[in-house]
Design a protein around this ligand. Structure first.
Ligand code: ATP
Ligand code: MG
Length: 598
């Protein structure tokens, strides 16, 4: 491509609305244009990057036994009602764009494709002989993200590769899952990314393994906890650890103490001269189930620990059937105003006791009359603990389970693991923390969709059995931007060679010099013929401007037809290292091929 003929506009200044380096650089270097909130145009350079990433994805998916297809983006609501996700996706999370057509039919714009693919499988897979099957597509997804940001990192329209496997059983699924694990590692390695595979939250489906692939970068929205022996890495949403040791309670007798103005653990411990590890913190949540039932949840957790709301949410989804519901719509910590909807009298926030009476809840049709009481594992072994007395400005000390208070029947791990906690597999290892960008997620789904939608096959014994499913996603557009987030300098982008829009750029310092232009044209043809994607900067611009632009757009090799031409050579500059060398015209193709290979 000749740059003089390309839609190519670079910006001198950082765009005001871009916060992170990769977003700024892609805008400045003319890769993307913002069209609306979370909506971007991929300009010619960006489209080439996306095509290169897609090609790598395609090759690895095919090698792992995947078959490419293309599913519709317009999805009838009936499918989502069958799976039970229509309300969750359009109302609770509200992430799906939904519309009504001229015949008053409800449709959604695909945020993901489990429903569509399960429908296809239900209609087309009959026998075990057709299994296993792994179908994938590379396509635009739509999600009405509440906070679209960071350019392509969190868009409302973005490109995803999604794959879905249909397996005979769990064992067969595990095989596909590990083949996908290998394929994903190959993809990210080939795209030149530094990444980490981490254990991930699987939602409330339970038991199913799930793994995310994180590109390590400070701008990442996810937190990864890991140990330096490399034996453990998990998304903080999922991570487990040992809490710090308890510093024993100084109290030996139960009593109610006046503790004025101690509505935080810190203030309380300062006043009572005790460690937060002997405080039982009582946290109130409002859970709204999909059948409209409001359940008040009272959680007990150790004073120095935080509730992991993802773990709590999963626990509440598991309990949904106890309340005649199928899933949870929202979970929040109620403020004073929220209490007006359900409290019969003001709850003493900051001083709640573990035995908070159910009388605090109004008697109403849609409100569960009793608190759902859940204790985190950290409080079960506490003795002589400190906790709220149930009246403002008062706490009790020296309390014990089974004496002053009953430990809730429901005990679970709902604690947030944090940096410096000891690891479960080896208490000598402490958890470290890093930021990550989630570029991929592989997931053993199991039977959730096949059961809900009746996708069954006849097994070898002639018995009708639900299909066992897996799903596997890669954020193609997010991946492309995360490569920039990992690789840039003050002058611009430094693309990994494998996904750069062009591998080389020929810069002609002076286009009115016929000798320079002739040499450039010849090299341009030779390089492209040799399979090296080459751009030719033949614009009528000063040499300095061209060099700056070449650095900004991040093409791995810059070839300059400058002074050295007199001695039959060109200058080759490596973008990443700025290393410069002179190469004879006749050697250029081979020199570059060798450099690319290494
Ligand atoms: P996140 O937690 O970041 O919202 P997710 O868990 O909802 O992502 P998945 O449903 O697992 O995402 O989608 C598969 C992949 O698609 C993700 O791993 C991510 O790389 C990409 N992705 C998800 N949402 C977006 C988005 N809004 N913009 C760009 N890429 C996205
Ligand atoms: Mg995910």
């Amino acid at each position: 491509m000749r740059l003089s003929q390309m839609l190519f506009v670079t910006l001198r200044e950082d765009p005001a609305d871009a916060e992170i380096p990769s977003h700024k650089l892609l805008l400045r270097a003319g890769y993307i244009r913002r069209i609306g909130s979370g909506i971007y145009a991929y300009l010619p350079l960006m489209w080439r990057v996306l095509q290169k990433v897609s090609q790598i994805v395609r090759e690895e998916m095919n090698a792992a036994g995947g078959q490419e297809c293309l599913l519709p983006q317009l999805q009838p609501s009936e499918l989502w009602k069958e799976s039970g996700r229509w309300d969750t996706y359009t109302k609770a999370e509200g992430i799906m764009f939904a519309l009504v057509d001229r015949q008053q039919r409800e449709l959604g714009l695909g945020p993901t494709h489990e429903e569509v693919i399960t429908t296809v499988a239900k209609e087309m897979i009959r026998s075990y002989r057709q299994l296993p099957l792994n179908l994938y597509q590379i396509q635009t997804k739509f999600r009405d993200e509440i906070r679209p940001r960071f350019g392509l990192m969190r868009g409302r329209e973005f490109i995803m590769k999604d794959a879905y496997s249909f397996n005979l059983d769990e064992e067969c699924l595990k095989k596909t899952y590990s083949a996908m694990d290998v394929a994903y590692r190959n993809i990210f390695r080939r795209c030149g990314l530094a990444f980490r595979a981490v254990e991930a939250d699987s939602g409330a489906i339970g038991g199913s393994a799930s793994q995310e692939f994180m590109v390590l970068a400070d701008a990442g929205e996810d937190e990864v906890l890991y140990t330096s022996d490399e034996k453990y890495a998990a998304n903080v949403e999922k991570a487990v650890s040992l809490p710090p040791e308890i510093i024993p309670s100084p109290f030996t007798k139960f009593s109610n103490e006046a503790t004025p103005k101690t509505d935080t653990i810190e203030k309380l411990c300062k006043l009572l001269k005790c460690s937060p590890t002997v405080v039982v913190k009582n946290v109130l949540y409002e859970a709204m189930y999909d059948n409209g039932r409001l359940v008040l949840v009272l959680v007990q957790i150790r004073g120095d620990q935080e509730v992991n709301e993802v773990k709590l949410q999963n626990e509440l989804v598991r309990l949904a059937s106890d309340y005649g519901a199928t899933t949870l719509l929202t979970l929040k910590v109620p403020d004073g105003a929220a209490q007006d909807k359900w409290a019969a009298q003001r709850v003493p926030l900051g001083y709640i006791a573990p035995d908070l009476s159910d009388d605090y809840i109004q008697k109403a049709k849609d409100i569960e009359a009793k608190f759902l009481r859940i204790a985190d594992l950290t409080v079960t072994g506490l003795t002589n603990f400190v906790t709220g007395a149930g009246e403002i400005d008062h706490h009790v000390v020296g309390a014990n389970w089974g004496k002053e208070y009953q430990l809730p029947q429901k005990v679970a791990d709902i604690r947030k693991a944090k940096i410096n906690d000891r690891a479960l597999h080896d208490p000598n290892q402490t958890l470290q923390s890093a930021r990550g960008i989630e570029v991929g997620h592989i997931f053993q789904l199991g039977y959730k969709y096949s059961r809900a939608m009746g996708a069954v096959y006849t097994n070898e014994a002639g018995v009708e059995t639900p299909l066992c499913m897996g799903c596997y996603g890669i954020g193609v557009s997010r991946l492309a931007q995360s490569a920039v987030e990992q690789s840039y300098d003050k002058d611009g982008i430094i693309w990994p060679t494998t996904i750069a829009p062009y591998t080389a750029i020929i810069v002609v310092p002076n286009i009115s010099d016929a000798e320079q232009m002739a040499a450039a044209e010849k090299l341009y043809n030779q390089l492209n013929e040799a399979g090296i994607d080459t751009l030719w900067d033949d614009r009528d611009e000063r040499a300095g401007v061209k060099f700056k632009d070449a650095d900004l757009i991040g093409i791995p090799y810059r070839i300059v037809t400058g002074k050295a031409l007199k001695s039959g050579k060109v200058e080759v500059v490596e973008r990443a290292t700025k290393r410069t060398r002179e190469v004879a015209l006749g050697d250029l193709v081979n020199t570059l091929l060798a450099a690319i290979k290494s």
